[in-house]
Design a protein around this ligand. Sequence first.
Ligand code: COA
Length: 181
Amino acid sequence: MTVVPLSPEHGDALVAFARDLPEGDRTFIKEDLGDPATVRGWATEPSGGWRWVAVADDGAVRGYVAVLPLTGWSDHVGEVRLVVAPAARGTGLGRDLARHALVQAVGAGLRKLVVEVVPDQGPALALFTGLGFTGEALLRDQIRGRDGELRDLMVLAHHVGDTWSRMTAVGVADALDRPTG
Ligand SMILES: CC(C)(COP(=O)(O)OP(=O)(O)OC[C@H]1O[C@@H](n2cnc3c(N)ncnc32)[C@H](O)[C@@H]1OP(=O)(O)O)[C@@H](O)C(=O)NCCC(=O)NCCS
């Protein structure tokens, strides 16, 4: 599995990846993965932010991560979005993608990263807290799932300066010294 910047050649594979995600997953994903034109647009008409995909040997996309910088007085903050194909979960790919995004974002000068997680998403919480993210806010009834139910949303944050020493424990500081895509 290779993690590479998203580019136009990944358009079809990214659309297939999004199409094959189970409906239940979409409740937990902020990105609008239901609209093929939007998904293809990330590959063919990149706008602000950075996006990467994990690509298998056969060219299939198995994971996607993005860091989308906020604007104006929060332009030092980036929001992370992360999804792994169900068949590829539990193998460390999510952590690899999140770590890759973190390294790139810190290298690009962002001072803070945030990620929005539904509290009952145990794997996502474990993954991001393991990378030095901590809970910063709980927004009650903030999202409405496709089933119509209201759910809370947690905002986890990684303060680059404050948590740098903890990052060494997960290898992120080492990774900064290595060239990445
Ligand atoms: C969250 C998500 C990206 C994790 O991807 P993944 O490839 O399975 O993650 P990893 O294999 O790297 O696991 C990382 C850690 O998550 C935890 N984890 C993974 N699968 C788990 C499971 N089924 N149950 C509990 N914890 C789990 C573990 O702590 C694991 O660390 P460990 O391997 O040392 O035990 C994936 O579940 C997903 O795409 N979910 C839907 C989208 C989403 O919620 N995104 C996050 C908000 S943007």
